[in-house]
Design a protein around this ligand. Structure first.
Ligand SMILES: [Zn+2]
Length: 163
């Protein structure tokens, strides 16, 4: 297991379009495992390869008890729109409102190299789209309609602690 340092904004690796994974091999699996360890260590719900300084099209998202592993993900379809709070491991202490589709359908490969399709809604769709944005060098602050105030962030943390 390997916990990597999370790259903080601003950094070139965060704003570059990542490269497709051509061959899924040991190093891809290692990358997925490093992403997982780093996400858990930092209490995240998703993380993308550029956030640990790797310019490849790989990201993971926590879906309930499961971890969704996305290698070379493509967005096939989106529907709806909602505005909600987002944060990002690369932007400590920044939270803001971001508009995203409420439904997404993606195609990606898993660690065995199998291509799968997956549909997600609401919070899960939001997390998946946030991570896929990272792979295109798009950061959530560029989509923010409003930055949360310190009071609002404190309330957010208070809610999380009650859960
Ligand atoms: Zn992020």
């Amino acid at each position: 297991m390997a916990i990597k340092e999370v790259v903080k904004n601003p950094a070139n690796v965060l704003s570059q379009v990542t490269k497709e994974v051509e061959v899924i091999d040991e190093s891809t699996i290692q990358l997925l495992d490093d992403l997982y360890d780093t996400m858990v260590e930092n209490d995240g719900v998703g993380i993308a390869a550029p956030q640990i300084n790797v310019g490849l099209r790989v990201a993971i998202v926590e879906l309930g008890e499961d971890i969704l592993e996305m290698i070379n993900p493509i967005v096939l379809e989106t529907r709806g729109q909602a505005e909600d709070v987002e944060g990002c491991l690369s932007f400590p202490d920044l939270f803001g409102m971001v508009k995203r589709p409420t439904y997404v359908k993606i195609e990606a490969s898993d660690r065995e190299g199998r291509v799968y399709e997956l549909e997600a809604e609401d919070f899960e769709a939001r997390c998946i789209l946030h991570e896929i944005d990272h792979l295109d060098g798009v950061l959530f602050d560029s989509k923010m309609t409003r930055v949360l105030t310190e009071e609002e962030i404190e309330e957010l943390y208070a809610d999380v602690e009650e859960e």
